[in-house]
Design a protein around this ligand. Sequence first.
Ligand code: SIN
Length: 295
Amino acid sequence: MTPETSAATEAPAAGFDVKTLSGSFGAEVRGLDLSNLDKDRFEQAYQLMVEHKVVVFRDQHFDLDSYEAFAGRWGRIHKHPFMRGMDSHPGILEIVKTETDRRAFGNAWHSDQMFNPKPAKFTMLYAREVPDRGGDTMFANMSAAYESLSDGMKTMLETLRGWNVGSREKLRAASTVPSNSRPPAGMQEEIPPEEQQTEASHPLVRTHQDSGDKTLYFGGHTMHIDGMTPTESAPILRYLQSVVTRPEFQCRVEWEVDSLTMWDNRCVQHYAIDDYAGQRRRMHRITIAGDEIPV
Ligand code: SIN
């Protein structure tokens, strides 16, 4: 259900083009103006997200206010416990890699805010400046990966839970915090208490709230399996990660200025490719807070 309506929906109507990004998932949409969606069109956009899991909407035109207003239609805007939003718009994270920065933000497979008891639902990333080449974002389909597993493996995973941690030190070790991120000093009181939690246990297999599909659910924040040591957990998590990131379960977004890509963190991992040394890339990210404890 969307936050805006509980009405039943039909397949997207004509009027905009949808092209799939890979055999597994992902879509590119042209001709849909996100800044001007009536209720039916918003519902269609939501259904595109449920169907394709990752959608890149080309040629979008938002200023900071209208971008935040658009994001607010998808749910509550999440405030990050470790990263400071823009001074004028605290819900927007400006992710910049300059010509001299040495590391890119998000350069490891992960799903956003998995360390929160109610982890992020969607993330949207809006391209303001892109390198001449490189700087694509990769996505991996955890639902398709789950479906590919044997019945024996599915049964084994049924009762297992991952322990997910978001501490800056551990994120740094996993390369998911940008070298130029600022400490959140003085920010804590602005962050809702439920978003200050940075450790959480979640089932390794969850049921997607909208589609009803079962999906693997783990990523770069998953430190170990509940009740197992990190050493015992590592081979299992490593194997599952190798399945999730099989080329067959991936799609790739090539950025253009004014593209806005949304992904569904409930069933997708993502990875920012750091292959544009000496060039500048600037994105505006908004994360939509989760509204459910994964089951
Ligand atoms: C992220 O992990 O949110 C950043 C993805 C990107 O910059 O491509």
